[in-house]
Design a protein around this ligand. Structure first.
Ligand code: ATP
Length: 370
């Protein structure tokens, strides 16, 4: 089914939300490109649901405007906006069949011949054979697909999803993530998805806005956020980062830093701040970018790599890889993930080791940020 609904971008300009003296969302400018899968990601209480509800019209912004394409909708009630919301609680009508649940929006608008459209929706969410069942006869994931079909049949310009997979177990969540992505690609309308689960946001979204304390900390494609976090919050919220406090020795296109006497290098282009000789920098590297060898093999490490010596404090086998925690004078509790095929039997707790990685995989953060 192809239903590329016209409409335009969702544009939030200076919107904020205060509850009394508490600011849930600080003034925020955000553009969600038409047809994209956009995720608002953050921990509980960061303001993501409030932001979504301001797009839906369920919450009046304290300041700012909401546009859908050229049309300002800031003060329109929800039912006058070309927007539908799918909540975590599917809120299906228990006494109606799946067919009638999906047909509901059309019937309410007085449309008599609904079969073709409902069948199309049933096909889209792959529930054709369940049309005559009642909601309680479906699994959680299937019920959530009905909720999506029931919203999409109204041809919204934007579908808002508020933690729609929150009630599902991990396996089903993963299946539904792929399913929602497939559905979004097929219908081509804008999806704005709220989640606190970084893996979920990274799997589904074209663009992710990472929220913290009522503000967007960073916006970008999942890989961009992962590779180039610009704040310590983003570096730690999306995956795990080793962050090493260092002082800048020289800063050209390559930045040279020193951490407890160990010299490390990184490209200036991978720094979120402009490093200055004599200043501080937080140097980051992802655990899976780091290799680990017994100390006696240090000579075998290629020249030009960043290297740190330390001692294995702990290791845990997690299937495809082994996670090591390494204590070093440069930084306590460095994390390293090693693929099991590369594992060395000498890498046991207490062993002296050398960690090494490509300077290109190193990023730099402002050491003075909050
Ligand atoms: P969660 O994942 O827990 O839903 P969230 O990131 O979606 O969190 P919001 O629901 O947007 O967070 O809430 C942001 C902040 O605003 C929270 O601290 C919340 O307690 C507060 N808040 C939300 N609604 C109200 C309200 N009606 N009155 C007062 N404070 C509110």
């Amino acid at each position: 089914m192809t239903d590329k609904t016209e409409g335009g971008d969702v544009r939030l300009s200076g919107i904020s939300k205060h509850y009394g003296t508490f600011t849930a969302v600080h003034p925020l400018d955000l553009t969600v490109p038409q047809g994209s899968f956009f995720a608002l990601l953050g921990a509980s209480g960061c303001g993501k649901t409030t932001t979504l509800r301001m797009i839906a019209g369920l919450e009046e912004p304290s300041t700012g405007t909401v546009h859908l394409g050229d049309r300002e909708v800031t003060h329109l009630p929800p039912y006058k906006r070309p927007v539908n919301t799918v909540f975590q609680s599917y809120a299906l009508f228990p006494h109606l069949s799946i067919f009638e649940n999906i047909a509901f929006g059309l019937r309410r608008r007085g449309i008599k011949s609904v079969k073709k459209q409902v069948d199309e929706m049933l096909e889209l969410v792959q529930l054709g054979q369940f049309a005559q069942r009642k909601p309680h006869q479906l699994s959680g994931g299937q019920q959530q697909r009905v909720a999506v079909a029931r919203a999409l049949i109204n041809h919204p310009q934007v579908l808002l999803l508020d933690e729609p997979l929150g009630a599902l177990d991990l396996k089903l969540r993963r299946q539904m993530q792929l399913e929602l992505k497939r559905i979004q690609t097929e219908v081509g309308i804008t999806f704005v998805h709220v989640t606190h689960d970084q893996e979920e946001a990274m799997t589904m979204a074209d663009t992710v806005a990472v929220m913290n304390g009522g503000r967007v900390e960073q916006l970008g494609a999942p890989a961009e956020l992962y590779e180039n976090p610009r704040t310590t919050f983003v570096a730690n919220f999306l995956g795990t980062s080793n962050l090493i406090e260092a002082s800048v020795e020289s800063a050209g296109s390559e930045v040279v830093v020193s951490a407890s006497g160990t010299t490390l290098r990184l490209p200036a282009a991978r720094c979120s701040t402009t490093p200055r000789a004599g200043g501080k920098l937080l140097v980051g590297v992802r655990p899976e970018k780091v290799s680990l060898v017994p100390a006696e093999e240090e000579q075998a490490v290629a020249a030009g790599r960043n290297r740190i010596t330390g001692r294995i404090a702990a290791s845990s086998f997690i299937g495809v890889s082994t996670q090591f925690v390494v204590d070093s004078p440069v930084c306590p509790e460095l994390e390293v993930y090693v693929q099991n095929i590369e594992r060395d039997a000498r890498l046991v707790p207490g062993a002296e080791v050398v960690l090494h990685w490509n300077p290109e995989h190193t990023f730099g953060l402002d050491a003075d940020q909050d």
